[in-house]
Design a protein around this ligand. Structure first.
Ligand code: PLP
Length: 252
């Protein structure tokens, strides 16, 4: 299991860091991430063989093994990697950002819990707050609201835009490159090479790569309104956020 924690750096579930549940956790430090160094990322694992393979993948000389000239210690240890390693400079920026992470997380978490504490659910009905499986461990980046339909979500977002109160930064119903339904190259299994790798490594019929592979996910995303916490901190009070939503919902 590879955990995608690109958007959840610092989050926890049941007191355990996200990224440490699977065999490996993949973090992204790209521009719009919780911890950003401009580009790059990190893989965490407690499996020594996996760690060696991950290093060899990003540094094609496979030179990070304890003895770089040794023959393969286990099948699969040596292979020609891709050399997409993060630069030293990006690493230095990420290290500096890491020091600031606890402060950043606690600031956003504090705002998020104040926001939840002052919510009167009837004021934003028929919108509801999406379930949160661990409010304490939540990284505090977003509160997700769910509308009863795609159209209702679009209407609320448009009214927020009309009132020039840009407190909702993302609407699931908008086309979003992060959502698999727009990935023609994946859905069609298009490869850069003639042999069709990596798609040819799997019998395509065993992979359900179609637009309707995940209807529940698409339904939830279509109705979701993401309220981006870091952009609100210091700019609006939690009560004013809900007041603005209530006005947008009830405007005729
Ligand atoms: C959930 C998720 N996974 C993976 C990625 C990819 O990260 P990177 O661009 O560092 O490869 C992103 C980037 O936006 C993401 O949001």
């Amino acid at each position: 299991v590879i955990e995608d924690v690109a958007q959840a750096c610092g989050g926890e579930y049941g007191g355990q860091w996200l990224g440490t549940f699977g065999n490996a956790g993949c973090f992204s430090f790209g521009q719009y991430k919780i911890l950003s160094s401009g580009e790059g990322g990190m893989v965490v694992t407690n499996d020594e063989m996996l760690a060696t393979r991950v290093r060899s993948y990003h540094d094609t000389a496979a030179c990070w093994r304890p003895q770089r000239y040794a023959v393969e210690r286990m099948p699969g240890e040596l292979f020609a990697g891709q050399n997409y390693r993060m630069s030293e400079l990006h690493g230095a920026i990420a290290s500096a950002q890491l020091v600031k992470l606890p402060k950043y997380l606690s600031r956003n978490r504090a705002f998020r819990s104040e926001l939840m504490a002052c919510l009167e659910p009837s004021a934003i009905a028929p919108l509801t707050v999406a379930p949160d499986n661990d409010a304490r461990g939540d990284a505090g980046e977003n509160v997700v609201l769910l509308a009863p339909s795609r159209q209702a979500a679009v209407d609320v977002q448009e009214r927020l835009a009309e009132s020039a109160k840009r407190i909702s930064y993302h609407l699931g119903a908008r086309r979003d490159w992060h959502v698999y339904q727009y990935w023609q190259h994946i859905l069609n299994g298009s490869a850069v090479n003639r042999v069709g790798y990596p798609f040819s490594s799997y019998p395509m019929e065993t992979l359900n790569y179609s637009v309707d592979a995940c209807p529940k996910t698409l339904d939830v995303l279509d109705r979701a309104i993401f309220v981006h916490i870091p952009s609100l901190v210091g700019r609006m009070s939690p009560a004013a956020v809900w007041q603005t939503f209530a006005e947008a919902i009830h405007a005729s």
